[in-house]
Each structure stands twice: as structure tokens, then as C-alpha cells.
Design a protein around this ligand. Structure first.
Ligand code: SF4
Length: 688
């Protein structure tokens, strides 16, 4: 008995796993987390959380945590002091610039890190090194969203706040499996469907929500554009469009109408594999709805024509007048990583400054130059795939990687490994000795999301506070401090001594963030951007008056369907699609070091029963998967969720080598890799 002191509310922070942005209260005892409680007043999660955010915190005190800097000497990584590590980094960065100029240095920032860390790293690269070669892993996932949504509507984010799905009467869910990848969103979508909203799912697999769908469209991977055009064809033919909206607020209808003449559902069926009747049913559900909603995931973006896919999908919302009008939920990407929106918002991109001013635009540069006091280079820097190519060719002499396990998660991993081995200086901030850190020359021990301060931006553009519940172990430090320390070792002072100052400084460069501050977020909770003034609310529903395009109109796209980069053939007859599973997160660096490993102990290859029997494979068999780029070794899971001719696996266990299979061929507009279409064959007889 006795009195119990209520421990609540602990430290209020924002989940560091997926982009839903659940608010969590973290309770601690000693140097450990004792419980993570989903916050009832969390604006997105409202008392919910998933198996990752709620339980996957055991990695914090894993014996594998890096607690000291490591430096490669005679081929081996050895523990050293911070002073030694920083001296080495400064000396080698100076040597790289002396030998190849500022362009010989590049950095991969992180969609897992805070906004303030992303802001500081791009500032370091632009002002101390003097190059725009800084990128983040949205390059590998939602860069086509940024490009496609900007071209269609003007801003590189989703158009409406998630709570608006509560009033949506038809949900169009495309290329996303929120039940596993964004579980809190998945649960809320399911609740909405159970309360009466109609549901159209477009996904080659029978993803979790597909069994609740009114129509499940199963396009061949890589044929989205043809599918969306076929739906648009039906909407136009049957008058399921908002003519007044199209007349007054859109551009491009004549061109699109001309193009769509060739995209009848009957004709496209040969390309997409989707029966015409299903396309008609889906188009009618969407077109007749009062308040339709579009939510989509990486199944739209990670294609050779991912930006075209985002635009063709946006066409449906424009045709229906379901964006910028309050009569629908617009077009909204489900972001994979906790801060994939924020990393780009902060300018960790080779062509864009904080707030999306172009580096090629003298006025945008001037806004940054006035604040930073130095000239910003006017030429765009290297994108991530270009960084690896430059490393392989010897042009890139130093690469700083902020906590991305690029050897596990980037496509065509054999080429990535070669790039790191060719680069004279690879610096890696990490929690663990990842596949990438193992190949680095200097490894700097970093703090996790539960051990640092700052902000993240979630999938519907909300800035939310991140607060340290614990101190990092040993000599590990937040990236914010590490970036400052590297700059100081080079004799530079980056200013903005605290994360709060960094966000405020960013707002001085980027008008869309000018109204944001830590102090305001502490007072008000979440605030969406654009937020232009400290006294005015952020804008959660966009474009009510006008679109943010130069002419103020929503732009329809008349880009034709083009085939994917990979096609199956006799040698590689199956199509591999990759994605995420419920218990794990990306390369699994964190979740594999928690009890979630018991829930899901290995990567598996989902194979349809027809393909399984053709290959004489059963559940639990080991199989070698070979593509035109490499091979991987996986355990078979026979699954009715698959379409015959397609196989699926996640990439949570680097030892499986899944990304040795994928190609680095990418979207023309953004270089986003074609992760969703890889031709493979199964070698059943070959045991791993
Ligand atoms: Fe974290 Fe996403 Fe799960 Fe929410 S849904 S707890 S943000 S992983």
C-alpha cells in the first residue's frame, strides 16, 4: 500500500519512428525508459500508439550502443577521444577541399534527425564547406511527392489536416499499407470505414485495409499512371467532375482531355491488369462522393515515373474539385520516416534552401546570405545517387552520413559499398555499428530521438516538439552538438547555439516558418506550416483562396503512361516489390534491438501459392532470390495476399541483402529509385 506518487506525465515528446507523429509521454527510472504512454491529447494519435512507438525503446540501452568515437587505424575501427576524432575529421575535410574544392565534400542528412539538426548540417555544408551537396533520404521515398505536389498545387506537402478524414465519405488509398507502416493512421482509417465511408484500395497486394474495401484495384507494379488516367477517363466520360472549379481554379484540362481519350478502362486493362469494371466502379465511388480523400504511400512514388504518378493521382482530386475547396481531403502522402517532411523543409536538399527557395534563384540566396553573412553557391549540389557515383569515380573525397544505413537501405547496395570503399573519408554519425558505420573511417556516437531536443514535422505538416527524456549514454552526443563541434574544429562558428535558436533563424530565411518557435510550440502544442506570423495560426488546410503555383491555379498533368524500367522476362520472370512490416522499422537498427524481434524475427519473402508450388517451395524454406543486380537470401512465406507473378519482402534485416536486388535506376525528375519494381527469379534448390 502506501501513497503512490503519480509519475505522470513524464516527458512529452514526438515518436521518432514513422511520420504519423504520435505524441508520447515517456517515463524514466534511473537511466532507462520504464514506459511510453500514448498521449490522450496528442493531436494525431488521441491516445493511441503502435508496437513501435510504444514498446520499441529497448535499443536505447542495448550493449551494442556506440558510446565513444571510433577512428579507423590500420584498417580497424578503434575507440578514440572526441578531440582525436574531431582533429582527424577537420584535417581530412581540409585535405579534401584542398585537393578537389568544396565540391569534393558531400553530406547525407537525415529524415530521422530533428529539423534543427537538418538545418544546421545544410548550413554547415553551404557556409563552412561552400557546397550545396547536401541531400536527405526523401530522395529515396517522397522526393516525387515534393516535385509532383509542388507542380500541381504549389507547395511540397499534403494538402489537408488528417482530422478531415473524419468527414470524408470515400477514401482512395493508393500504394500504402498503413495498418503495418503507419498503424495509428491505419486504425483511424479503418474506424472511418467501419462508420460508413466507402473505400477504394489500389495496391498490387491485399494490404491490411484491402479486405474492407468496396473495390480493390491490383495494378501491375509500375502501371499506376495508366490506372489513374483510366479512372480520370471514366470521371470525364460520366461527368463526375466539378466544372466550375475546373474552369475557375485549374489549368490544363484541354490537354488532359485530349490525352485521356486513349485511356479507356478497356484499353488500359491490358497494361495494368485491372479489369475495366473495377476501374469504372472505383471512379464512380470517388467521383460521386461528396468529400473524397486521397492518401498514398511509396507505392506511388518509388517508381521510374513516380513524379508522374503523384501528378496523375492529383488529377483525380482536381477533376473532382476535392482540393482547396473544403469539399474533400485533397491529396496527402503518408510519410515513412518521422521527419522526412522536415528534413526537406529545412533545406537539406541540393537544389533548395530552407523553406524551398531555389539555390539558382538570386533572391532566395540573398535571403539566406543576409542571415548567414556569406555567399551561397548558386549551383545545385549532388543528389544522393550522384554522390555515390562521384565517390566511385574519385571526384568525391569526403562524405558525411548522418545516421543513414545507406549500405542496407539504398538501392543496388553492391554499388553503394563500392562508393564508400572508394571515398577517402567517410564520416558516420550512428547509434550502432551499422553496415555503413562498419565501412566508415570515423564513427561519431550519436543520440537517439529519446535523448535530444528539437522538433519534427509529421506527415500533415505539423511541427511538434521533441524533448530529451534521457541523457545519451557514455560520450554519445546529439547530432546538433556534433555538427557544431565539427564546425568548431574547422575554426568556424555556426551561430544558433541551441535548437530553439536554429528554428528561429530558419524562420528568418523561410517566410513559411517565420511564425514558428520552440516557445510557441511549447505553449500551443503542434503548429502546422505554412505559419508566417507568430500571432497567426498555421495553415492546416491549404489553397482555400488560391493555389501556391505562380498563376494561382491547380495544374492538371497530361503526362502519358511510360513503362517501368524493369520488366520481367524468361530469365527473371517474377516482380519483386519491397516495403515495410508492422513490428520493424526500415533497416531495423533500432527495432531489431528490442523485443519486437520476438514478434518478427526475420525478413520473409511472400510468395503466392501458385508460384510457391511451381518452385516447390513451402513456408519456412530458404530461397535465393536473384535479380539483374545482385542476390539475397530469404525465408519463404506462402501468402494469398500476393498476386501470382509477384513476390514481396521487407528490408528490416540487412543480413538478407534485399537491396542488393534493387536497381538504382530512378525517377527522371527526382532520382527516386524504382524500389517497387525489380525483376527476379527464385533459385529454390540453392540453400543459403
Ligand atoms: Fe510512432 Fe508511427 Fe507508431 Fe505513431 S504510428 S507510435 S508515430 S511508429
Amino acid at each position: 500500500g502506501g501513497d503512490r506518487t503519480p509519475e505522470l506525465p513524464g516527458t512529452r515528446t514526438t515518436c521518432g519512428y514513422c511520420g504519423v507523429g504520435c505524441s508520447l509521454d515517456v517515463l524514466t527510472g534511473g537511466d532507462s525508459v520504464t514506459a511510453v504512454l500514448p498521449a490522450r491529447d496528442g493531436p494525431v494519435n488521441r491516445g493511441h500508439a503502435c508496437v513501435k512507438g510504444r514498446f520499441a525503446h529497448g535499443f536505447l540501452r542495448s550493449p551494442d550502443r556506440l558510446t565513444r568515437p571510433l577512428l579507423r587505424r590500420d584498417g580497424r575501427l578503434e575507440p578514440v577521444s572526441w578531440e582525436e576524432a574531431l582533429d582527424h575529421v577537420a584535417r581530412e575535410l581540409r585535405a579534401a577541399v584542398a585537393a578537389g574544392g568544396p565540391g569534393a565534400v558531400a553530406a547525407i542528412s537525415s529524415a530521422r534527425a530533428t529539423n534543427e539538426e537538418n538545418y544546421l548540417l545544410q548550413k554547415f555544408m553551404r557556409t563552412v564547406i561552400g557546397t550545396n551537396s547536401v541531400d536527405n533520404c526523401s530522395r529515396l521515398c517522397h522526393a516525387p511527392s515534393a516535385a509532383g505536389l509542388t507542380a500541381a498545387f504549389g507547395l511540397p506537402g499534403g494538402t489537408d489536416p488528417f482530422e478531415d478524414v473524419e468527414s470524408a465519405d470515400c477514401l482512395l488509398l493508393v500504394g500504402a499499407n498503413p495498418v503495418e507502416a503507419h498503424p495509428v493512421v491505419g486504425a483511424r482509417l479503418l474506424q472511418r470505414v467501419l462508420r460508413g465511408a466507402r473505400l477504394v484500395v489500389a495496391d498490387p497486394r491485399a494490404v491490411g485495409l484491402a479486405r474492407h474495401a468496396d473495390v480493390h484495384l491490383r495494378p501491375r507494379p509500375g502501371t499506376n499512371v495508366a490506372l489513374f488516367h483510366a479512372m480520370a477517363h471514366v470521371m470525364l466520360a460520366e461527368g463526375l467532375i466539378d466544372e466550375e472549379f475546373l474552369r475557375e481554379r485549374s489549368a490544363g484540362l484541354p490537354e488532359l482531355t485530349a490525352l485521356l481519350a486513349g485511356y479507356s478502362p478497356e484499353r488500359t486493362a491490358a497494361v495494368t491488369g485491372v479489369p475495366a469494371a473495377d476501374v469504372v466502379a472505383a471512379a464512380r465511388l470517388f467521383g460521386l462522393a461528396e468529400r473524397p480523400a486521397i492518401l498514398y504511400g511509396l507505392g506511388v512514388t518509388e517508381h521510374l515515373h513516380g513524379t508522374d504518378g503523384v501528378r496523375a493521382l492529383s488529377n483525380l482530386a482536381i477533376l473532382r474539385g476535392a482540393v482547396g475547396t473544403g469539399r474533400g481531403f485533397g491529396v496527402n502522402p503518408l510519410r515513412g520516416q518521422n521527419n522526412v517532411q522536415g528534413a526537406s523543409d529545412m533545406g537539406a536538399l541540393p537544389d533548395l534552401l530552407p523553406g524551398y527557395g531555389k539555390v539558382t534563384d538570386a533572391d532566395a540566396r540573398l535571403r539566406a546570405e543576409r542571415v548567414w553573412g556569406v555567399l551561397v553557391p548558386p549551383r545545385p549540389g549532388l543528389r544522393i545517387p550522384e554522390m555515390f557515383a562521384a565517390a566511385r569515380s574519385g571526384e568525391l573525397r569526403a562524405l558525411w552520413i548522418l545516421g543513414e544505413d545507406v549500405c542496407a537501405t539504398d538501392p543496388d547496395s553492391n554499388q553503394v559499398v563500392q562508393a564508400l570503399e572508394s571515398c577517402p573519408l567517410v564520416i558516420c554519425d550512428e547509434l550502432f555499428l551499422s553496415e555503413t558505420a562498419r565501412r566508415a573511417d570515423v564513427v561519431l556516437p550519436a543520440a537517439s530521438w529519446l535523448e535530444k531536443d528539437g522538433t519534427f514535422v509529421n506527415f500533415d505538416r505539423r511541427f511538434q516538439r521533441v524533448r530529451a527524456a534521457l541523457a545519451p549514454p557514455g560520450a554519445a552526443r546529439p547530432d546538433f552538438e556534433i555538427i557544431h563541434a565539427v564546425a568548431a574544429a574547422l575554426g568556424a562558428d555556426l551561430g544558433c547555439a541551441t535548437p530553439a535558436e536554429a528554428l528561429t533563424e530558419c524562420g528568418r530565411i523561410a517566410p513559411v516558418f517565420a511564425g514558428l518557435s520552440h516557445e510557441r510550440l511549447d505553449r500551443e502544442g503542434a503548429v502546422p506550416w505554412p505559419c508566417r506570423h507568430p500571432d497567426r495560426p498555421g495553415e492546416s488546410s491549404l489553397y482555400r483562396e488560391r493555389f501556391a503555383t505562380p498563376d494561382g491555379l491547380a495544374h492538371l498533368s497530361a503526362a502519358p503512361y511510360l513503362p517501368p524500367g524493369e520488366e520481367p522476362d524468361d530469365r527473371y520472370p517474377l516482380v519483386l516489390v519491397t516495403g515495410r512490416r508492422w513490428a520493424h522499422y526500415n533497416s531495423g537498427g533500432m527495432t531489431r534491438r528490442t523485443d519486437n524481434l520476438l514478434l518478427d524475427p526475420t525478413d520473409r519473402l511472400d510468395v503466392h501459392p501458385v508460384d510457391a508450388s511451381r518452385h516447390r517451395l513451402g513456408d519456412g524454406d530458404r530461397v535465393t532470390v536473384r535479380s539483374r543486380h545482385g542476390e539475397a537470401h530469404l525465408t519463404v512465406q506462402v501468402s494469398d495476399d500476393m498476386t501470382p507473378g509477384q513476390v514481396f519482402c521487407a528490408f528490416h534485416f540487412p543480413a538478407s541483402g534485399v537491396n542488393a536486388l534493387t536497381s538504382d535506376r530512378g525517377d527522371a525528375a527526382t532520382s527516386c529509385p524504382e524500389y517497387k519494381v525489380t525483376a527476379v527469379r527464385l533459385l529454390a534448390g540453392e540453400r543459403a
